[in-house]
Design a protein around this ligand. Structure first.
Ligand code: UN1
Length: 505
């Protein structure tokens, strides 16, 4: 297979420094989960090619950091304009290579545009503080400086947007980026790289401000073990995040992790079903349950349990599953065979541990589903003790359970290893505020009367516990991409020491 593809014109270089590309002999094939068709074969990055990337990236950094931040922002704005022009085309590629519905793919490209807008504004801010000094004629201040090379490791489920949260903010902060996309979706990365390099060309900026490397976890390890990479920002599984954290900590580098979620909605007696049903269904089946913010658990009050389940089941019966390029379909395929196996195993284990199927899952068969990757969203009633409730399965499986008191609901809610997104559906102000208080949700994201997924870019995105603790995207997440320098300036004629220390010579 390898030689067959290697002689085919479909081989795409997997290593990109700006617009310069490098081939190698090892290939990753990218298949569309829609119908298993081969989209292309991308060559992986060798160690030697990687070293070239890093050398060039560092040279580019030395130029880029001198360019005023608002000018760096103007470059990001131009990049966004190009993404706006190509929105449909990029969305189609996401759907083809990753399999999410075209609506959600368009949403993903919109996230790139939105974060660019945010980064452009930020490029005129990046504020430091001035601080009162205890000494006369002294002033203290903070300045934020770029870090250098930022390595970005991204997952298959958001093959474009997650990179953009990191890259656009990193760039306006004065960093250069090296991107290792998931080996399941390399073409999305290369397409974006081509756009960036064109815009860099137009601005006459060093091409190595943006690079792409490709391969499996071993190529990711080049980044995490490399002291020349100042920050590794990694999105993916908790298992991967632990490896990255270990390697980067070993060299006392910086990492930013956005890992697994196990997101729940607490459904209280006053929940407005008009809001609840679409929020739950979009959260649980959107991106076929492959968002890190997907709704995986529903914790429902006893008094409304039957009514809520009935309404959700009705909504599930309306869902259309099929080719995600067709706008009428709500769900496309899972990413690959392993994902389907994990989905089936999770259902089996949940049931063998006492779970009761409320809405049947299963793999769809027939011509339209010939790739074998289309599955039915499944709902399983469980008790909070069911071990599968602790596990993030990247598939459309929704666990439902009951509660009686709000304190109990919060306890069930927080009793999982992950801590990304959460939500409460209530019209009761006391319940809502309790959920948002320090005694409430322990997640990085806590919502009221909206679902767990579909966060806007303006807020900081990320979570606690095994989600990794990192924050990306909006708010002050930019501080992760810069180093803080504290300065004390003496504009007087004496040299008083801090803490009143007397030292005379
Ligand atoms: C992810 O699944 O890795 O909040 C990111 C959301 C999207 C991003 C999800 N804005 O669902």
């Amino acid at each position: 297979m390898e030689t067959l593809i290697a002689n085919d014109s479909k081989v795409i270089p997997g290593t990109w420094v700006g617009k310069d590309s490098f081939l190698s002999t090892n290939l990753i094939e990218s298949y569309s989960p829609i119908d298993n068709s081969l989209l292309g074969a991308v060559s992986t990055t060798t160690r030697e090619q990687y070293d070239t990337v890093i050398t060039e990236a560092y040279k580019a950094f030395k130029e880029w950091r001198k360019i005023p931040a608002p000018k760096r922002g103007a470059f990001v704005r131009a990049f966004a304009d190009r993404v706006r022009e190509k929105k449909e085309e990029l969305a189609k590629l996401i759907t083809l290579e990753m399999g999410k519905s075209i609506q959600e793919a368009l949403g993903e490209v919109q996230e790139i545009i939105d974060i660019c807008d945010f980064a452009v504004g930020l490029s005129r801010q990046l504020y430091g503080l001035t601080i009162q000094s205890e000494r006369p004629n002294h002033k203290m201040l903070e300045t934020w400086h770029p870090l250098g090379i930022v390595g970005i490791i991204s997952a298959f489920n958001f093959p474009m947007a997650v990179w953009s949260w990191n890259s656009t903010i990193a760039w306006v902060c004065g960093n250069v980026t090296v991107w290792k996309p998931s080996e399941k979706v390399p073409l999305c990365a290369i397409e974006l790289q081509k756009i960036v390099s064109q815009v860099l060309d137009e601005f006459n900026y060093p091409q190595a401000i943006s690079s792409v490397i490709n391969g499996d976890y071993r190529v990711g390890e080049f980044l995490s073990h490399d002291h020349r990479v100042a920050l590794v920002s990694a999105t993916g599984s908790t298992r991967m995040g632990k490896e990255v954290a270990k390697a980067v900590s070993e060299r006392l580098g910086r990492y930013l992790l956005e890992l697994g979620g196990n997101n729940a909605i607490i459904v209280t007696p006053s929940a407005d079903l008009k809001l609840l049903i679409p929020a739950v269904v979009f959260g649980a089946v959107g991106t076929a349950g492959q968002r890190c913010t997907s709704t995986r658990r529903l914790i429902i009050h006893n008094n409304v349990y039957e009514k809520v389940l009935h309404a959700i089941k009705n909504a599930y019966n309306q869902l259309k599953i099929g080719n995600p390029l067709d706008e009428k379909n709500h769900l496309g395929p899972l990413i690959d065979k392993t994902a389907v196996d994990n989905y089936l195993k999770a259902i089996e284990k949940a049931v063998s541990n006492g779970g009761r199927i409320i809405h049947h899952g299963g793999v769809l068969e027939g011509e339209e589903y010939a790739s074998g990757l289309y599955v039915k969203p499944c709902i399983i009633e469980v008790t909070p003790e069911n071990p599968m409730v602790q596990v993030e399965t990247f598939a459309p499986i929704l666990y439902v359970m009951r509660y009686e008191r709000i304190e109990e609901a919060i306890e069930i809610h927080n009793n999982v290893p992950q801590g990304l997104s959460s939500s409460i559906m209530t019209l009761n102000m006391r319940e809502a505020e309790y959920f948002l208080s320090s005694e409430g949700s322990d997640c990085g994201i806590a919502n009221v009367n909206i679902g767990t997924s579909g966060a806007e870019i303006g807020g900081a995105f990320g979570g606690e516990k095994e989600t990794g603790g990192g924050r990306e995207s909006g708010s002050d997440a930019w501080k992760n991409y810069m180093r803080r320098q504290t300065t004390t300036i003496n504009y007087g004629t004496d040299l008083p020491l801090a803490q009143g220390i007397k030292f005379t010579i």
